[in-house]
Design a protein around this ligand. Structure first.
Ligand SMILES: CC(C)(COP(=O)(O)OP(=O)(O)OC[C@H]1O[C@@H](n2cnc3c(N)ncnc32)[C@H](O)[C@@H]1OP(=O)(O)O)[C@@H](O)C(=O)NCCC(=O)NCCS
Length: 148
C-alpha cells in the first residue's frame, strides 16, 4: 500500500535522492544551494508544498511539489503542480496517479479553482497518465529565461 504524507525535515535524505533522480530524468543540474533552499522552502515555507509517497515497507518512492497563485480569471487561486517523480523501480503501480490525486484533494480543500501542470510533448509515459486524470488544453508554453 502507498501512503502519501507532507514533506518534513526528516525526509531530507530520501527527498534529495528522488529529487536528483528527477533532475537526472530532465538531464538538468542545480547547485546544492538551490536544492537545499528548495527543500527548506518545501518544508518551512507557506508558498511551496511537497508530499512524499512511501511503499508498504516505508521506502520513499515518489515526490510531488506544488504551489498556488492568484489569477485574473478567478476570485480564488490556481494550483500549479510543478514536479512529479516516481522512482523507476516503482513505476506503473499507481504512485504517480496517487500523488496527483493528493494534490487535487489538497487544492479542493484550499478552494483553488483548478490544478494544472506542464509536461514535454514527448513525455509519452507521463502523458499516458495525464490523459487519464486530466484534460489537455492545447496551450503551448513559452518562456524568457532570466538570471537565477
Ligand atoms: C510519469 C510518472 C510520474 C508516472 O508515475 P507512475 O507511478 O508510473 O504512474 P502510475 O502507475 O500512477 O500510472 C497511472 C496510469 O498511467 C499508465 N502508465 C504509467 N506508465 C506507463 C507506461 N510506461 N506505459 C503505459 N502506461 C503507463 C498506467 O497504466 C496507469 O493507468 P491505469 O491506472 O489506468 O492502468 C513516472 O513515470 C515518472 O516519474 N517519470 C519520470 C519523471 C516524469 O516524467 N515526471 C513527470 C514530469 S511532467
Amino acid at each position: 500500500m502507498t501512503t502519501i504524507a507532507p514533506l518534513t525535515l526528516a525526509d531530507r535524505d530520501e527527498w534529495r535522492e528522488l529529487w536528483h533522480g528527477y533532475l537526472t530524468f530532465y538531464e538538468a543540474s542545480l547547485s546544492d544551494g538551490v536544492t537545499e533552499a528548495t527543500f527548506a522552502r518545501l518544508v518551512g515555507d507557506e508558498e511551496l508544498h511537497g508530499a512524499i509517497a512511501r511503499d508498504a515497507a516505508g521506502r520513499a518512492v515518489g515526490i510531488v511539489h506544488w504551489l498556488t497563485h492568484a489569477a485574473t480569471w478567478t476570485a480564488t487561486t490556481y494550483c500549479y503542480l510543478e514536479d512529479l517523480f516516481v522512482a523507476p523501480g516503482t513505476r506503473g503501480g499507481g504512485v504517480g496517479r496517487a500523488l496527483i490525486a493528493h494534490v487535487r484533494s489538497w487544492a479542493e480543500d484550499e478552494g483553488c479553482r483548478k490544478v494544472y501542470w506542464l509536461t514535454h510533448e514527448t513525455n509519452a509515459t507521463a502523458r499516458t497518465l495525464y490523459d487519464r486524470v486530466a484534460t489537455g488544453t492545447g496551450f503551448v508554453h513559452y518562456e524568457i529565461p532570466l538570471r537565477d
